[in-house]
Write a protein that binds this ligand. Structure first.
Ligand SMILES: Cc1cc2nc3c(=O)[nH]c(=O)nc-3n(C[C@H](O)[C@H](O)[C@H](O)COP(=O)(O)OP(=O)(O)OC[C@H]3O[C@@H](n4cnc5c(N)ncnc54)[C@H](O)[C@@H]3O)c2cc1C
Length: 406
């Protein structure tokens, strides 16, 4: 074991959007921030890589939008959803109402997005240590006071801090070690590839719902499409070691996708991730705060996890800045405003995610709802709500819900 690292105010575990954005916010306010990630950036991340105008607004607030806009992404106009029974809707950001930051979202490889955010964290003054995996939490005076981490060369070191931010994603080691992890309601797995020359792609993301799961197609620019298949976790038993064969077979079974994706044109190997059944009991405890997927995983169908990670990071920054300003231990009471702010901010999103998730389990109901939304001109509103720039209560009201189903 190496000698302990010098203590910092904040120790962030994970350099995805949640961790980098929290580090940027706190470092810019003058706090001493260290960030550890097991990966070496740029790194890949299994994700559909779709961002709404609200996520774009948050990226602008973090000061990275000009850099991202200069990359070869796609300014997304909205989403097209096709139900298993064939009904379709198209939701366009520009027609959703409200005041989106701009009329388009953004589709961009996570490799580029996450590396850009991490660079911004370094520029803000964060000490970033890559290739270092957290294995345990340090306990000091009855509360969490840092972590133990192992570097690529196998050496171990303790990193003490006044407060730890667990931003280590789905399956968070920090949440598990703190006893905050619990299983959620989703048990799905995803297979995600980058494929060249997918037929018929425009400036709109596509979601195709099948009998058992769904496929997302998202145009990334430069002729690349992100192809993501999400199926129940039990489906893993059918893979039999042949991921590409399973992927191809599932895509071929979905009418709106069959024949459009050639696995001869794969540009990045198929990444397998899941199961998505992670939640946390509480997002704070003495000396620790969880943010991003470590706190709560949103179903990719409606979830906008990147936007939620950036929103959560902004809430965490506010609470931590206040908490760090006073001397003494940063216990759960001091971090409680973050927990309350998360509940206020995400309650509507949690309800909508569960409603849509349950509706998808009933193909006839889902098909009917999709048809009604399109016919009655309500699809744009739904896309504005799932895109986080319209209030969830625009959908969660008796009038909207009744018109959607009856
Ligand atoms: C199939 C799929 C499709 C998705 N599609 C979309 C989409 O289109 N749009 C969208 O907005 N969201 C989408 N999401 C959700 C989105 O990917 C997440 O919500 C988002 O990445 C959360 O960011 P994060 O920073 O919390 O976690 P992550 O991005 O997962 O970052 C966590 C970081 O922690 C590091 N780490 C993990 N364990 C350790 C450890 N022990 N020690 C040190 N470092 C560690 C990892 O290396 C990683 O860099 C999708 C998710 C999935 C699975």
């Amino acid at each position: 074991m190496k000698p302990d690292a010098a203590p910092t105010d904040v120790l962030v575990i994970g350099g995805g959007p949640a961790g980098s954005a929290t580090a940027i916010g706190l470092a810019r306010q003058g706090h001493r921030v260290r960030l550890l990630d097991r990966a070496v950036f740029p790194r890949e991340k299994a994700c559909s890589e779709y961002m709404s105008p609200e996520a774009v607004r948050q990226l602008d607030a973090l000061g990275v939008l000009a850099t991202l806009d200069a990359m070869q992404g796609t300014p997304l106009e909205g989403t097209r959803v096709t139900a298993a029974g064939g009904s379709r809707l198209v939701g366009r950001f520009a027609l959703a109402g409200g005041a989106p930051f701009r009329p388009t979202g953004l589709a961009l490889p996570r490799r580029d997005l996450d590396a850009t955010l991490l660079r911004a964290a370094v520029a803000a003054g964060t000490e970033v240590i890559e290739g270092t995996r957290v294995t345990a939490l340090l306990e000091r005076n009855g509360m969490i006071g840092g972590v133990v981490a192992r570097a690529h060369d196998g050496s171990e070191q303790c990193y003490p801090a006044r407060v730890v931010v667990g931003a280590d994603g789905l399956g968070s080691v920090v949440a598990r070690r703190a006893g905050l992890h619990r299983r959620g309601w989703l048990a799905r797995v995803a297979f995600v590839a980058h494929v060249r020359d997918v037929a018929g792609m425009g400036m709109t993301a596509e979601m195709h719902v099948g009998a058992a799961g769904y496929v997302g197609l998202n145009p990334l620019g430069g002729g690349l499409t992100n192809v993501a298949l999400v199926v129940p976790a039990e489906a893993l038993h059918q893979v039999h070691g042949d991921v590409a064969g399973f992927f191809a077979q599932q895509l071929a079974a979905i009418p709106g996708v069959a024949g459009r994706v050639s696995l001869q044109r794969i540009a990045r190997e198929i990444m397998v991730t899941g199961p998505f059944d992670a939640m946390c009991r509480r997002s704070v405890t003495d000396g620790l705060l969880l943010v991003g997927d470590a706190a709560d995983f949103f179903d990719p169908f409606t979830g906008e996890g990147i936007c939620a990670a950036l929103t959560g990071a902004a809430l965490a920054t506010d609470t931590l800045h206040e908490a760090l300003a006073r001397p003494g231990p940063i216990d759960a009471r001091r971090l409680a405003p973050y927990r309350a702010a998360r509940r206020r901010t995400f309650l509507g999103k949690w309800i909508i995610e569960r409603l849509i998730g349950h509706a998808m389990r009933s193909p006839r109901l889902f098909d009917r709802a999709v048809a009604r939304l399109e016919r009655r001109g309500m699809a744009d509103t739904l896309i504005g709500v799932t895109g986080d720039f319209l209030s969830p209560w625009r959908v969660l009201n008796p009038v909207f819900l009744t018109r959607m189903v009856f």
